[in-house]
Design a protein around this ligand. Structure first.
Ligand code: UT7
Length: 333
């Protein structure tokens, strides 16, 4: 067998749109039957960011990638692979990854998108890890970027209050040291529950009658309570499984947990069931809401930049969402 490499995380970056939308704006500007008090107590969210004119998941993703490259001390031409996780790409074709490749001026390297909703970043991380582990790429860029506010129904108080826009990115680099970086990944799906969260596409299974035309873009639909129950159950399982995985690798356990930022009550319920200490969990959903594929890399970047986690720490990244999909990664920084 040819040589395998360690997959070190050498840089992180993030980019959030400047426009802050508070809970009160939903009730006032959007004339929605809700309140700051309801949103805060039921979700923990206080505000989120909305992409502005000219901002898309590709532009936010490219900006996050630039920060990650700077943190890694690499120029764009050092990158051998670009994988972007998104369910809100700028276009059906080409991929956001290709738009990011052009925007950054990377070489003509493989670039493609991964679609796994809120698990997307960990799915993309998994793909890039295989390239770096096997020596097919020396440095890989992994981006999670979304503008879900463009796909939300502002008349649906169950779902629209949850989402925000943003992007996060990491650089993975091959190293001869095996026990650093991405140590373990777990990915799962259950398509039989696909109807629980859906963002209908412009391309539908049934062609519209008459001359070719675009279907109306429909909005995100979600069964909140069912997704809530699914999220708590899977989050508990993933934490408990990661503790077993850590022990098998000779680690005491994850030092820090970075869960998908979706609802404070989901996180709290899972921590209690799994017996995981609350003070070792990174949460920023109060400021950004649920940014889908961007949520985990944005929280990871902030945690590193604020000293919430440090080089040497073992971090457990956990995500779950549409598909249904759920996933985890154990990473030693
Ligand atoms: O990335 C994964 C994607 N999504 C998720 O993970 C979402 C997971 N689910 C959730 O976070 C929660 O289920 C929600 C925040 C969506 C809803 O919270 P909940 O505590 O599960 O509320 P509920 O659906 O049980 O609804 C309770 C009440 C209902 O009123 P009635 O029927 O009791 O009169 C809702 O109509 O709260 C009402 N409600 C609201 N009231 C004020 C729902 N949304 C709102 C709102 N403002 N924004």
């Amino acid at each position: 067998m040819s040589q395998l490499y360690g997959v070190a995380l050498t840089g992180t970056g993030s980019c959030l749109p400047a426009r802050v939308v508070t809970n009160d704006e939903f009730a006032e500007a959007l004339n929605l039957d809700t309140s700051d008090e309801w949103i805060r107590t039921r979700t923990g969210i206080r505000e989120r960011r909305f992409a502005g004119v000219g901002e898309t998941s590709a532009t936010l993703g490219a900006a996050a990638a630039r920060h990650a490259l700077a943190a890694a001390g690499l120029a764009p031409d050092a990158i051998d692979l670009i994988v972007c996780a998104t369910v809100t790409p700028d276009l059906m074709c080409p991929s956001n990854a290709c738009l990011i490749q052009a925007e950054l001026g990377c070489r003509h390297v493989p670039a493609f998108d991964v679609s796994a909703a809120c698990s997307g970043f960990l799915y993309a991380l998994s793909v890039a890890t295989q390239f770096v582990r096997t020596g097919a790429a020396r440095h890989a860029l992994v981006v999670g970027a979304e503008v879900l506010t463009r796909a939300m129904d502002v008349t649906d108080r169950n779902s629209c209050i949850l989402f925000g826009d943003g992007a996060g990115a990491v650089v993975l680099s091959a190293t001869p040291v095996l026990n650093v970086g991405v140590r373990n990944l777990r990915l799962y799906s259950d398509g039989s529950r696909q109807e629980l969260i859906q963002v209908p596409s412009r391309v539908t299974p049934v062609p519209p009658p008459g001359p070719p035309m675009l279907q109306r873009l429909d909005y995100l639909r979600m069964s909140g309570r069912e997704v809530y129950r699914f999220a708590v159950t899977r989050l508990v399982e993933l934490i408990q499984q990661a503790e077993v995985d850590c022990r098998e690798m000779g680690l005491a356990g994850p030092d820090v947990l970075i869960p998908h930022q979706v609802n404070q009550r989901i996180i709290d319920a899972a921590l209690e069931d799994a017996g995981f200490p609350k003070d070792r969990v990174v949460v920023n959903l109060d400021r950004y809401g649920n940014t889908s594929a961007a949520s985990v890399p944005v929280a990871l970047d902030e945690a590193l930049r604020t000293g919430r986690c440090r080089p040497g720490d073992t971090v457990l990244l956990v995500a779950f969402g549409g598909g249904l999909t759920w996933s985890s990664a154990i990473v030693t920084l």
